[in-house]
Design a protein around this ligand. Structure first.
Ligand SMILES: NC(=O)c1ccc[n+]([C@@H]2O[C@H](COP(=O)([O-])OP(=O)(O)OC[C@H]3O[C@@H](n4cnc5c(N)ncnc54)[C@H](O)[C@@H]3O)[C@@H](O)[C@H]2O)c1
Length: 291
């Protein structure tokens, strides 16, 4: 590892692509773990929104006594927002957390490879796309891996580490070590649409939307039913709003296409809500209202 990859305290620099729901959370966790973070998005607006969100989350952590004010300020000071990929040079690890769209991610991975040294690790936080397929756009696909964080990233301790067919053992070992260093628990998963957790979770949420669509119960009662009847901490429709209905739809469409199994077809109500711009928390309205 060269000096350029080390921050002042010797910890390697991490870059994150996308400052949205997941990207700003990953940036927050990495910065609190002492990493210098480059946070890249396409516009200053997107970056400002991402920084405002993580800044608010850090303040809440201070109020709850989870971190102190000095930690909060130090973490914020470690995050450098950027709109150009040239800023990635010198990063030991780049985590792609942009919108769930195969063509977009392929373009971004090419840009990451151009901007980084050949020994940098490249990871995607994709929820459902094939790690082997994403890796195939890279000149060195052996350095690519899936690092799938969970929402909200500062709260959820799991990371799925997904090896594609091309992923090298050394890449896998470094990714596992990184997850541990930032305080996450990793599970190892073979590449397959949706990996493990979303493969089980997203069809369950889709079924809850079918139940709503069929008029069996209200959104409130469906969520209360699953909270009190199954001890889930949050109901499936509230969880859909947290994930983002566009992201959930993209995941289900990938399952439907890649497995070729009609059991994964997204409910028409979900498609209609996304078409209407009701995306959940991030747009202020989903199955519940957030305004
Ligand atoms: N939302 C979840 O619960 C969740 C959980 C785990 C994984 N994921 C995955 O994480 C990824 C991001 O999801 P999200 O929910 O944060 O989406 P989001 O819509 O909240 O944020 C996506 C961000 O990517 C940015 N972006 C788009 N094109 C870009 C480009 N070319 N370069 C840099 N940034 C670009 C957008 O401006 C936006 O800020 C997706 O692959 C998603 O499947 C999401």
């Amino acid at each position: 590892m060269n000096d350029q990859k080390n921050s002042n305290d010797g910890k390697p620099r991490v870059a994150i692509i996308g400052a949205g729901t997941m990207g700003n959370g990953i940036a927050q966790v990495c910065a609190l773990a002492g990493r210098q973070v480059i946070l890249v998005d396409i516009s200053d607006n997107a970056l400002e929104r991402g920084i405002a969100t993580l800044s608010g989350n850090l303040e809440r952590q201070v109020k709850k006594g989870l971190i102190d004010e000095a930690d909060r300020q130090a973490a914020l000071g470690r995050i450098q927002p950027q709109t150009h990929y040239g800023a990635l040079a010198g990063s030991e690890l780049v985590i792609e957390a942009a919108s769930e769209n195969l063509e977009l991610k392929r373009q971004i991975l090419t840009l990451i490879e151009e901007a980084t040294e050949s020994d940098a690790l490249i990871a995607s936080n994709t929820s459902s796309l094939s790690i082997s397929e994403l890796a195939s756009v890279l000149g060195k696909p052996e350095r690519f891996i899936g690092l799938h964080f969970f929402n909200p990233v500062p709260v959820m301790t799991l990371v799925e580490v997904i090896r594609g067919l091309q992923t090298a053992e050394a890449t896998y070992a470094k990714a596992l070590a990184f997850a541990g260093q930032i305080g996450k628990t990793a599970i190892s998963v073979r590449n397959s649409p949706g990996f493990v957790v979303n493969r089980i979770l997203c069809p369950m949420i889709n079924e809850a939307i079918f139940v709503l669509q069929e008029g069996l119960a209200s959104a409130e009662d469906i969520d209360t039913g699953m909270r009190l009847g199954c001890n889930h901490p949050i109901g499936p429709l509230a969880l859909a709003d947290l994930i983002g209905l566009d992201t959930l739809l993209a995941i289900l469409e990938t399952f439907h296409r890649d497995f070729g199994d009609p059991k994964y077809r997204p409910s028409t109500l979900l498609k209609e809500m996304v078409a209407a711009g009701y995306l959940g928390r991030k747009s202020g309205r989903g199955f519940h209202s957030y305004t």
